[in-house]
Ligand binder design. Structure first.
Ligand SMILES: Nc1nc2c(c(=O)[nH]1)N[C@H]1C(S)=C(S)[C@@H](COP(=O)(O)OP(=O)(O)OC[C@H]3O[C@@H](n4cnc5c(=O)[nH]c(N)nc54)[C@H](O)[C@@H]3O)O[C@H]1N2
Ligand SMILES: Nc1nc2c(c(=O)[nH]1)N[C@H]1C(S)=C(S)[C@@H](COP(=O)(O)OP(=O)(O)OC[C@H]3O[C@@H](n4cnc5c(=O)[nH]c(N)nc54)[C@H](O)[C@@H]3O)O[C@H]1N2
Ligand code: SF4
Ligand SMILES: [Mo]
Length: 736
């Protein structure tokens, strides 16, 4: 018998509603949920791939233990696996201290309720300072700039795509990625609608991406020069007397004069050759932004994983302020998430702001950002002997061997560890170095709520998906695994009950805090959460919803599987601010210094030779969905894109192989000659290179591709955020 279930897709930031046709545990059909309040039936090929992901024979179901002497794997029971971890890991920490453990949290954690809630519990129980995540190969620069300007790292303004008249988009390709740090299903449809209603949409990208093709104008910028470009726009706005922050921003702003002074260096004629963009184009875009009734500037991964990631991310919001479009309908606005926290708690308007560098990494002395060290120091912290050396690792939903820079070095470093545990669904390039892999339940056997992504959405929406079926006998829920690991690290032993002991401890702490804020009795609040036998992430989610700004309950959400629409974004100033001044800090000191000390110095720099950037394909998800035939079938997608003029000059032939060399490494890859990339720039997608000998991913292995991060260096990072530079890497290309 076929039953129908509704789920939010957890595979990218777009949060589409899916309609699953089930026969028992088997997914027969995946369709877009037409009644989903946000996605209204939209879905992409990855959404339908859930069917294949569910049935993938390589997906791990039971714990795996590696015998290091023979490098072979065997199935283990859960109790055996946890006991083994307990017995191997704790003596290392007893002998060498807590910092001997490193933890790396990967991207899927942001799409999954259990790690969203319990990773922090695990980190706290570990009592190590060696915390890492995919954030420092991704959006950390935006979190730092938002933290400095608005006082909280998740107070990221999102473009009001559905109501804006003009969108300037830099370093993003939502027609492939479906949008990032701007959650909305059907980004292609929304961008087409923008143009259909007479709006204008400009894409700044070294590649004529699918998004650029669908835009009104493609600006083929040179990699790493977005901060220059945006400051030249700001320069024009000041020079032409077009700065108009508006009455709604004026009382809440400091630093406008400093920004005016800084932009003096960035005349369009000076900046044009640096960016590879005509001065007249820069001027015109500045004037268009100022003239548009409403406009939003939006930058994403291409503006983050680059030399001036934080300064470019800041400059995006500077233009939003200078044109009066920040916190305005049709401009760049702040979400108000149903789960509260961050920028919705308390009175607002003033706060402690952000502080970085409370600790520095042992070997290179790089500062922490939001409690974690930059991923660029991970390998050296494992390799370098001495007190505080990382000797053991836990990875949760991460594949740093593919996603982090200097992959070859990290690959060797992980193998040199004394002990490693991975919580993961595959044995891949990273987890094959583990001693124990702890798999997780099917994504359909768990509840789902996007705590992170709903707070970055272009509309206020709350959607909970109930589990479609129960876990299979012998499986273990991810939240229980994380709590059990935390329990081991806390010294509570390794038995099954430890998960509930840890969970009860966590909820009572959270309830106490929430009750004292809301003037309630903790016991009453706790009782209200425990309808039935609710525990784990659902109980905590219920608490967050109840104490959030809309006072929702989980039961209300369960009754509405298509989601609850809480309305379009509303202006949120000054409540959203958490800076010590209670104002928008338009000219944070570290950024002013970065512009003066670093950025200005590059205005006379020769663009030099070839520069490598990445790209995403609609049928990919970073490194981990290439084991699904539906996504890898068809043409080879891991190719080197190169402009015909460069190809001719270098005697490269379409379909033949080339060797790409950087200061860090080299790869061999098939050439694809295309005029969709500007001269002087080449592109290789990340997330490939599935040729690790220890991996068990049959289809991915047969479509291995090359790992572009072999070419990226750990020595190159954005100093303001520690973020790796993965875009704009100098390379040489020769035919082979
Ligand atoms: N299909 C698919 N969807 C995904 C993912 C995936 O792997 N596949 N990954 C998800 C994740 S984790 C994220 S963070 C998001 C990312 O979402 P997006 O930010 O939209 O990512 P990309 O599609 O890689 O687009 C980045 C663009 O930046 C351009 N670029 C590179 N360097 C520069 C530069 O210096 N300046 C400018 N202006 N442009 C530059 C590249 O050519 C590319 O077109 O996508 C998410 N969605
Ligand atoms: N050159 C270059 N490098 C990049 C980027 C780029 O644009 N260019 N993009 C960067 C970005 S934006 C990101 S976010 C990072 C991603 O970097 P990572 O997060 O390190 O890598 P992913 O490829 O997302 O790997 C996810 C891992 O989670 C596992 N997994 C999947 N689902 C689950 C689950 O439900 N539970 C658990 N426990 N595990 C699960 C997968 O098997 C896989 O091992 O890569 C970054 N690296
Ligand atoms: S766009 Fe993203 S959320 Fe929507 S179906 Fe595709 S992968 Fe899933
Ligand atoms: Mo990402």
């Amino acid at each position: 018998m076929t039953t129908i279930a509704y789920r939010t897709c957890p595979l990218c930031e777009a949060t589409c509603g899916l309609e699953l046709h089930m026969e028992g545990r088997e997914v027969k059909l995946v369709r877009g949920d037409k009644e989903d309040v946000f996605s209204k039936g939209y879905l992409c090929p990855k959404g339908t791939a859930i069917k294949e992901l569910e049935s993938d024979p390589d997906r791990l179901k039971v714990p795996q233990i590696r015998d290091r002497s023979t490098n072979t794997w065997r199935d283990a029971t859960w109790d055996e696996a946890f006991e083994y971890i307990h017995d191997q890991l704790l003596p290392i920490l007893d002998a060498h201290g807590r910092d001997a453990l490193g933890i790396y949290m990967g991207n899927p954690c942001a799409h999954n309720l259990a790690p969203m809630i319990y990773n922090r519990v695990l980190n706290q129980a570990a009592k190590t300072t060696n915390l890492f995540s995919a954030s420092t190969v991704d959006q950390m620069p935006k979190q730092v700039s938002s933290g400095l300007m608005f006082g909280a790292g998740l107070s990221v303004p999102v473009p009001d795509v559905d109501r804006t008249d003009y969108l300037l988009m830099l370093g993003a390709n939502p027609f492939a990625s479906n949008g990032s740090l701007m959650t909305a299903p059907d980004m292609p449809g929304r961008l087409r609608a923008l143009r259909a209603r007479g709006g204008r949409f400009v894409v700044v990208d070294p590649r004529r991406s699918k998004t650029a093709e669908e835009s009104d104008e493609w600006v083929a910028i040179l990699p790493g020069t977005d901060a220059h470009f945006l400051l030249a726009i700001a320069h024009t706005l000041f020079a032409d007397n077009l700065v108009d922050v508006g009455e709604h921003l004026r009382p809440h702003l400091v630093g406008l004069d400093e920004v005016r002074e800084l932009t003096a260096h960035f005349g369009p004629e000076i900046v044009g050759p640096v960016c590879g963009v005509d001065a007249e184009v820069i001027r015109r875009i500045a004037r268009e932004l100022a003239a548009a009734p409403t406009a939003a500037v939006y930058g994403r991964i291409g503006t983050c994983t680059q030399e001036f990631g934080t300064t470019a991310s800041w400059a995006v919001d500077v233009i939003n302020v200078l044109t009066g479009n920040l916190d305005r309908v049709g401009g760049a606005m702040f979400n108000k998430p149903a789960t509260g926290g961050g920028n919705t708690a308390g009175e607002g308007g003033k706060g402690r702001g952000v502080r970085f560098g409370r600790r520095v990494s042992r070997v290179r002395g790089l500062p922490e950002f939001f409690g974690e060290y930059p991923a660029v120091v991970l390998a050296e912290e494992i390799e370098t002997p001495g007190d505080g050396q990382i000797r053991a690792m836990i990875t949760v939903a991460g594949n740093p061997v593919v996603s982090n820079p200097a992959s070859r070095r990290l690959d060797a470093a992980l193998e040199s560890l004394e002990f490693m545990v991975s919580v993961d669904i595959y044995r891949n390039e990273t987890t094959s170095h583990a001693d124990v892999i702890l798999p997780v339940e099917s994504m359909l056997a768990r509840g789902h709520y996007d705590i992170a992504l709903r707070s970055l959405a272009i509309r206020n929406v709350a959607t909970y998906s109930a589990p479609v079926f129960d876990i299979e006998p012998g499986q273990h829920r991810e939240w229980e695994t994380l709590c059990r690991l935390a329990g081991i690290l806390q010294g509570l032993g390794h038995s099954y009950d430890v998960a509930s002991v840890v969970d009860d401890f966590v909820i009572s702490g959270l309830v106490d805090k929430a009750a004292s804020r809301g003037g309630q009795e903790p016991a009453d609040l706790l009782a209200s959460l425990s309808s039935g036998d609710r525990r784990g992430p659902e109980r905590i989610l219920d608490l967050m919803l109840r104490t959030g700004p809309y006072g929702l309950t989980l039961d209300q959400l369960i009754e509405q599987p298509h989601g609850i629409d809480l309305g379009a974004l509303q202006p949120r100033l000054p409540d959203v601010l958490r800076t010590p001044s209670g104002r928008i800090e338009l000219a944070p000191e570290v950024i002013v210094e970065d512009v003066r000390d670093r950025l200005v110095g590059t205005l006379t720099r020769d663009p030099g030779g070839l520069s490598l950037v990445g790209r995403r394909d609609l049928r990919s998800n970073n490194s981990w969905m290439h084991n699904l035939h539906v996504l890898v079938k068809g043409k080879n997608r891991c190719t080197l894109h190169i402009n015909p003029l460069d190809a001719t000059r270098l005697h490269l032939v379409d379909g033949k192989r080339a060797r790409v060399t950087s200061a860090t490494g080299e790869v061999e890859i098939v050439v694809e000659v295309t005029d969709s990339i500007r001269e002087g720039v080449v592109s290789i997608p990340h997330g490939w290179g599935h040729d690790a000998p220890g991996a068990q991913m049959t289809i991915a292995g047969a479509n291995a591709g090359v790992n572009s991060n072999i070419l990226a260096s750990v020595d190159n990072y954005d100093p303001l955020s520690g973020n790796a530079i993965l875009s704009g890497i100098p390379v040489e290309v020769v035919a082979c």
